[in-house]
Design a protein around this ligand. Structure first.
Ligand code: FAD
Length: 297
Protein backbone atom coordinates (compact mmCIF):
# COMPACT_ATOMS: atom_id res chain seq x y z
CA UNK A 1 0.00 0.00 0.00
CA UNK A 2 1.03 3.58 -0.48
CA UNK A 3 0.73 6.42 2.03
CA UNK A 4 -1.58 9.37 1.46
CA UNK A 5 0.16 12.42 -0.03
CA UNK A 6 2.11 14.61 2.38
CA UNK A 7 4.67 17.42 2.20
CA UNK A 8 8.13 16.11 3.11
CA UNK A 9 10.57 18.32 5.03
CA UNK A 10 14.17 17.31 5.72
CA UNK A 11 15.08 19.34 8.80
CA UNK A 12 18.81 20.04 9.18
CA UNK A 13 18.89 21.48 12.70
CA UNK A 14 16.98 21.52 15.97
CA UNK A 15 15.92 25.11 15.23
CA UNK A 16 14.52 24.17 11.81
CA UNK A 17 12.62 21.22 13.30
CA UNK A 18 11.12 23.42 16.01
CA UNK A 19 10.08 26.14 13.58
CA UNK A 20 8.55 23.61 11.14
CA UNK A 21 6.59 22.05 14.02
CA UNK A 22 5.41 25.47 15.19
CA UNK A 23 4.22 26.19 11.64
CA UNK A 24 2.36 22.94 10.91
CA UNK A 25 1.09 22.09 14.44
CA UNK A 26 -0.98 18.92 14.60
CA UNK A 27 -0.84 18.54 10.80
CA UNK A 28 2.76 17.33 11.19
CA UNK A 29 4.51 14.07 12.16
CA UNK A 30 8.17 13.55 13.02
CA UNK A 31 9.95 10.85 11.01
CA UNK A 32 12.86 9.19 12.86
CA UNK A 33 13.66 5.56 11.95
CA UNK A 34 10.29 5.17 10.23
CA UNK A 35 9.86 1.60 11.50
CA UNK A 36 6.50 2.42 13.09
CA UNK A 37 5.49 5.57 11.23
CA UNK A 38 5.93 4.22 7.68
CA UNK A 39 3.77 1.10 8.30
CA UNK A 40 0.95 3.19 9.80
CA UNK A 41 1.22 5.69 6.93
CA UNK A 42 1.11 2.88 4.38
CA UNK A 43 -1.91 1.36 6.12
CA UNK A 44 -3.45 4.85 6.09
CA UNK A 45 -4.04 4.75 9.84
CA UNK A 46 -2.57 8.26 10.00
CA UNK A 47 -2.60 10.94 7.32
CA UNK A 48 -0.40 13.88 8.31
CA UNK A 49 -0.22 16.76 5.83
CA UNK A 50 3.49 17.22 6.70
CA UNK A 51 6.25 14.74 7.57
CA UNK A 52 9.33 16.25 9.21
CA UNK A 53 12.38 14.03 8.78
CA UNK A 54 14.87 14.58 11.64
CA UNK A 55 17.54 12.13 10.41
CA UNK A 56 19.87 14.94 9.25
CA UNK A 57 19.66 16.95 12.46
CA UNK A 58 23.15 17.34 13.91
CA UNK A 59 23.81 16.69 17.58
CA UNK A 60 20.98 14.29 18.34
CA UNK A 61 22.97 11.09 18.00
CA UNK A 62 25.08 10.77 21.15
CA UNK A 63 25.17 8.16 23.91
CA UNK A 64 26.37 9.74 27.16
CA UNK A 65 27.16 7.74 30.25
CA UNK A 66 26.88 10.01 33.28
CA UNK A 67 27.31 9.14 36.97
CA UNK A 68 23.52 8.74 37.43
CA UNK A 69 22.12 8.15 33.96
CA UNK A 70 22.64 6.87 30.46
CA UNK A 71 21.37 9.63 28.16
CA UNK A 72 20.73 9.04 24.47
CA UNK A 73 19.92 11.45 21.66
CA UNK A 74 16.81 11.21 19.48
CA UNK A 75 18.72 9.65 16.58
CA UNK A 76 20.46 6.81 18.44
CA UNK A 77 19.38 3.58 16.73
CA UNK A 78 18.33 0.58 18.80
CA UNK A 79 21.30 -1.38 17.36
CA UNK A 80 23.82 1.28 18.30
CA UNK A 81 22.60 1.42 21.89
CA UNK A 82 22.48 -2.37 22.08
CA UNK A 83 26.13 -2.54 20.92
CA UNK A 84 27.42 0.16 23.26
CA UNK A 85 29.66 -1.45 25.87
CA UNK A 86 29.68 1.73 27.96
CA UNK A 87 25.87 1.87 28.05
CA UNK A 88 25.71 -1.85 28.87
CA UNK A 89 28.17 -1.52 31.75
CA UNK A 90 26.20 1.41 33.19
CA UNK A 91 22.66 0.11 32.60
CA UNK A 92 22.61 -3.56 31.49
CA UNK A 93 18.82 -3.57 31.07
CA UNK A 94 19.21 -1.54 27.88
CA UNK A 95 20.97 -4.34 26.00
CA UNK A 96 19.04 -7.08 27.82
CA UNK A 97 15.75 -5.64 26.54
CA UNK A 98 16.90 -4.22 23.19
CA UNK A 99 17.90 -7.62 21.87
CA UNK A 100 14.18 -8.53 22.04
CA UNK A 101 13.07 -5.47 20.02
CA UNK A 102 12.02 -6.71 16.57
CA UNK A 103 14.69 -8.04 14.16
CA UNK A 104 18.23 -6.72 13.61
CA UNK A 105 17.20 -4.97 10.37
CA UNK A 106 14.54 -3.00 12.24
CA UNK A 107 16.91 -2.28 15.13
CA UNK A 108 19.46 -0.92 12.63
CA UNK A 109 17.05 1.81 11.59
CA UNK A 110 14.54 2.28 14.45
CA UNK A 111 15.48 4.74 17.18
CA UNK A 112 15.03 4.07 20.88
CA UNK A 113 13.64 7.57 21.47
CA UNK A 114 11.22 7.03 18.56
CA UNK A 115 10.04 3.89 20.29
CA UNK A 116 9.37 5.95 23.46
CA UNK A 117 7.52 8.61 21.42
CA UNK A 118 5.43 5.85 19.84
CA UNK A 119 4.37 4.88 23.43
CA UNK A 120 3.37 1.33 22.61
CA UNK A 121 2.79 -0.70 25.81
CA UNK A 122 3.91 -3.74 23.77
CA UNK A 123 7.29 -2.06 23.16
CA UNK A 124 10.18 -3.05 25.39
CA UNK A 125 11.82 0.33 25.82
CA UNK A 126 8.88 2.28 27.29
CA UNK A 127 8.75 -0.33 30.10
CA UNK A 128 12.52 -0.12 30.61
CA UNK A 129 12.32 3.69 30.83
CA UNK A 130 9.57 3.31 33.46
CA UNK A 131 11.52 0.64 35.36
CA UNK A 132 14.64 2.84 35.42
CA UNK A 133 12.61 5.82 36.62
CA UNK A 134 13.84 7.57 33.51
CA UNK A 135 12.78 10.71 31.72
CA UNK A 136 12.69 12.37 28.32
CA UNK A 137 13.38 15.92 27.17
CA UNK A 138 10.96 17.54 24.73
CA UNK A 139 11.65 20.79 22.97
CA UNK A 140 9.52 23.33 21.11
CA UNK A 141 9.40 27.07 20.38
CA UNK A 142 8.35 27.40 24.04
CA UNK A 143 11.62 25.86 25.28
CA UNK A 144 12.71 22.52 26.74
CA UNK A 145 10.82 20.44 29.27
CA UNK A 146 11.94 17.30 31.08
CA UNK A 147 9.16 14.74 31.56
CA UNK A 148 9.42 11.72 33.85
CA UNK A 149 8.39 8.32 32.48
CA UNK A 150 5.60 8.29 35.07
CA UNK A 151 4.09 11.44 33.50
CA UNK A 152 4.99 10.81 29.87
CA UNK A 153 2.90 7.75 29.00
CA UNK A 154 -0.86 8.38 29.04
CA UNK A 155 -2.27 5.28 27.33
CA UNK A 156 -1.75 2.91 24.41
CA UNK A 157 0.13 4.88 21.71
CA UNK A 158 -0.53 8.07 23.67
CA UNK A 159 1.93 10.35 25.43
CA UNK A 160 1.76 13.86 26.86
CA UNK A 161 3.91 15.19 23.99
CA UNK A 162 2.30 18.29 22.43
CA UNK A 163 1.90 18.56 18.65
CA UNK A 164 4.65 21.21 18.41
CA UNK A 165 7.16 19.26 20.52
CA UNK A 166 9.94 16.90 19.47
CA UNK A 167 11.82 14.57 21.82
CA UNK A 168 15.52 15.34 21.82
CA UNK A 169 16.76 12.79 24.34
CA UNK A 170 15.91 10.14 26.91
CA UNK A 171 17.71 9.38 30.17
CA UNK A 172 17.73 5.95 31.79
CA UNK A 173 18.77 6.07 35.46
CA UNK A 174 21.55 3.80 36.64
CA UNK A 175 20.93 1.52 39.61
CA UNK A 176 23.00 1.53 42.82
CA UNK A 177 26.02 -0.76 43.18
CA UNK A 178 24.90 -4.26 44.12
CA UNK A 179 21.97 -4.24 41.69
CA UNK A 180 21.43 -7.16 39.32
CA UNK A 181 19.13 -6.92 36.33
CA UNK A 182 17.42 -9.31 33.93
CA UNK A 183 14.84 -9.25 31.16
CA UNK A 184 12.58 -12.20 30.31
CA UNK A 185 10.14 -12.32 27.41
CA UNK A 186 7.95 -14.73 25.48
CA UNK A 187 6.87 -13.97 21.93
CA UNK A 188 5.31 -16.25 19.34
CA UNK A 189 8.37 -16.06 17.07
CA UNK A 190 11.78 -14.51 17.56
CA UNK A 191 11.50 -10.81 16.72
CA UNK A 192 7.75 -10.58 17.22
CA UNK A 193 6.27 -8.20 19.74
CA UNK A 194 6.22 -9.71 23.24
CA UNK A 195 3.18 -11.65 24.40
CA UNK A 196 4.56 -10.66 27.79
CA UNK A 197 7.90 -9.17 28.86
CA UNK A 198 9.29 -8.48 32.33
CA UNK A 199 12.39 -6.45 33.19
CA UNK A 200 13.66 -6.74 36.76
CA UNK A 201 16.22 -5.02 38.99
CA UNK A 202 17.14 -6.39 42.43
CA UNK A 203 19.54 -4.64 44.81
CA UNK A 204 21.38 -6.70 47.44
CA UNK A 205 23.49 -5.22 50.25
CA UNK A 206 25.24 -7.39 52.84
CA UNK A 207 23.12 -10.39 51.92
CA UNK A 208 19.86 -8.43 52.24
CA UNK A 209 17.49 -7.47 49.41
CA UNK A 210 17.11 -3.70 49.76
CA UNK A 211 15.44 -2.86 46.45
CA UNK A 212 13.38 -4.63 43.79
CA UNK A 213 11.43 -3.33 40.79
CA UNK A 214 9.88 -4.72 37.67
CA UNK A 215 8.81 -3.13 34.36
CA UNK A 216 6.06 -4.89 32.42
CA UNK A 217 5.52 -5.21 28.67
CA UNK A 218 2.23 -6.07 26.90
CA UNK A 219 0.12 -6.60 30.01
CA UNK A 220 -1.22 -3.13 30.78
CA UNK A 221 -2.46 -0.06 28.88
CA UNK A 222 0.69 1.74 30.09
CA UNK A 223 4.28 0.57 30.42
CA UNK A 224 3.80 -0.36 34.07
CA UNK A 225 6.63 -0.29 36.61
CA UNK A 226 6.14 -1.71 40.12
CA UNK A 227 8.26 -1.31 43.24
CA UNK A 228 8.40 -4.70 44.98
CA UNK A 229 10.93 -3.75 47.65
CA UNK A 230 8.60 -4.19 50.62
CA UNK A 231 7.48 -7.63 49.42
CA UNK A 232 10.99 -8.89 48.70
CA UNK A 233 12.97 -7.18 51.49
CA UNK A 234 15.00 -9.61 53.62
CA UNK A 235 17.79 -12.17 53.38
CA UNK A 236 18.78 -13.15 49.84
CA UNK A 237 19.02 -16.83 50.84
CA UNK A 238 15.28 -16.94 51.56
CA UNK A 239 14.28 -14.91 48.49
CA UNK A 240 12.61 -17.85 46.76
CA UNK A 241 10.05 -18.10 49.56
CA UNK A 242 9.05 -14.46 49.07
CA UNK A 243 8.70 -14.61 45.29
CA UNK A 244 5.12 -15.94 45.46
CA UNK A 245 4.02 -12.70 47.13
CA UNK A 246 5.75 -10.62 44.45
CA UNK A 247 4.19 -12.68 41.65
CA UNK A 248 0.71 -12.25 43.19
CA UNK A 249 1.20 -8.49 43.52
CA UNK A 250 2.38 -8.15 39.90
CA UNK A 251 -0.48 -10.23 38.53
CA UNK A 252 -3.02 -8.24 40.58
CA UNK A 253 -1.61 -4.89 39.38
CA UNK A 254 -1.52 -5.68 35.65
CA UNK A 255 -4.52 -5.60 33.33
CA UNK A 256 -3.66 -8.01 30.52
CA UNK A 257 -6.02 -8.10 27.57
CA UNK A 258 -6.90 -10.77 25.03
CA UNK A 259 -5.98 -10.37 21.37
CA UNK A 260 -5.51 -12.68 18.39
CA UNK A 261 -2.23 -13.94 19.87
CA UNK A 262 -3.20 -14.83 23.46
CA UNK A 263 -6.05 -14.83 25.94
CA UNK A 264 -5.90 -12.52 28.95
CA UNK A 265 -5.65 -15.57 31.23
CA UNK A 266 -2.66 -16.95 29.31
CA UNK A 267 -0.93 -13.55 29.48
CA UNK A 268 -1.55 -13.42 33.24
CA UNK A 269 -0.13 -16.94 33.63
CA UNK A 270 2.96 -15.99 31.58
CA UNK A 271 3.33 -12.81 33.61
CA UNK A 272 3.68 -14.89 36.79
CA UNK A 273 6.25 -17.23 35.24
CA UNK A 274 8.32 -14.42 33.72
CA UNK A 275 8.20 -12.26 36.85
CA UNK A 276 9.60 -15.12 38.91
CA UNK A 277 12.26 -15.83 36.27
CA UNK A 278 13.37 -12.22 35.83
CA UNK A 279 13.51 -11.51 39.57
CA UNK A 280 15.48 -14.73 40.26
CA UNK A 281 17.97 -13.97 37.49
CA UNK A 282 18.37 -10.36 38.60
CA UNK A 283 18.99 -11.48 42.20
CA UNK A 284 21.51 -14.10 41.05
CA UNK A 285 23.37 -11.45 39.08
CA UNK A 286 23.29 -9.04 42.03
CA UNK A 287 25.13 -11.52 44.22
CA UNK A 288 27.58 -12.33 41.44
CA UNK A 289 26.34 -15.77 40.50
CA UNK A 290 28.29 -16.87 37.43
CA UNK A 291 26.02 -15.97 34.71
CA UNK A 292 22.54 -16.79 35.02
CA UNK A 293 22.14 -13.54 33.08
CA UNK A 294 19.35 -13.43 30.54
CA UNK A 295 21.54 -11.45 28.11
CA UNK A 296 24.28 -14.05 27.79
CA UNK A 297 24.19 -16.67 25.16
P1 FAD B 1 9.27 6.30 13.68
O1 FAD B 1 8.61 5.14 13.04
O2 FAD B 1 9.99 7.26 12.79
O3 FAD B 1 8.18 7.12 14.54
C1 FAD B 1 7.28 6.47 15.37
C2 FAD B 1 6.36 7.51 16.03
O4 FAD B 1 7.09 8.28 16.96
C3 FAD B 1 5.77 8.50 15.05
O5 FAD B 1 4.51 8.92 15.53
C4 FAD B 1 6.74 9.67 15.08
O6 FAD B 1 6.14 10.90 14.71
C5 FAD B 1 7.15 9.66 16.55
N1 FAD B 1 8.53 10.09 16.80
C6 FAD B 1 9.66 9.43 16.45
N2 FAD B 1 10.73 10.10 16.92
C7 FAD B 1 10.26 11.19 17.57
C8 FAD B 1 10.88 12.25 18.28
N3 FAD B 1 12.21 12.33 18.42
N4 FAD B 1 10.08 13.21 18.83
C9 FAD B 1 8.73 13.13 18.71
N5 FAD B 1 8.09 12.14 18.05
C10 FAD B 1 8.84 11.19 17.49
N6 FAD B 1 9.21 -2.27 18.68
C11 FAD B 1 9.34 -2.85 19.89
O7 FAD B 1 9.48 -2.14 20.89
N7 FAD B 1 9.33 -4.23 20.04
C12 FAD B 1 9.18 -5.07 18.98
O8 FAD B 1 9.19 -6.30 19.16
C13 FAD B 1 9.01 -4.48 17.69
N8 FAD B 1 8.80 -5.25 16.61
C14 FAD B 1 8.67 -4.65 15.39
C15 FAD B 1 8.46 -5.47 14.27
C16 FAD B 1 8.30 -4.90 13.03
C17 FAD B 1 8.08 -5.82 11.85
C18 FAD B 1 8.38 -3.48 12.86
C19 FAD B 1 8.25 -2.84 11.52
C20 FAD B 1 8.60 -2.66 13.96
C21 FAD B 1 8.74 -3.23 15.24
N9 FAD B 1 8.92 -2.44 16.37
C22 FAD B 1 9.06 -3.05 17.59
C23 FAD B 1 8.93 -0.95 16.28
C24 FAD B 1 10.37 -0.42 16.24
O9 FAD B 1 10.99 -0.61 17.49
C25 FAD B 1 10.38 1.08 15.91
O10 FAD B 1 11.67 1.37 15.54
C26 FAD B 1 10.05 2.05 17.01
O11 FAD B 1 8.84 1.76 17.59
C27 FAD B 1 9.90 3.47 16.49
O12 FAD B 1 11.13 4.03 16.26
P2 FAD B 1 11.41 4.80 14.90
O13 FAD B 1 12.68 5.56 15.09
O14 FAD B 1 11.35 3.85 13.77
O15 FAD B 1 10.21 5.85 14.87
Amino acid sequence: MKPPAFAYHAARSAEETISLLAEVGDEGKILAGGQSLIPVLNMRLVAPAHVIDINRVAGWNGIEVNPDTVTIGALVRHAELEASEAAYAAQPLLRQALRHVAHPAIRNRGTTVGSLAHADPAGEMPAILALCDGSVVATSARGDRAISAADFFLGPLESCLEADEVLVSASFRRFPTGTGTAYAEISRRSGDYALVGVGAAVTVEDGQVTGARVGLVSVHPLPLSLDLTETLRGGIDELTGRLDGAVDLVRESAEPEADIHATAAYRSQLLGVLTRRALSEAAATAIGSPSDRSDQG
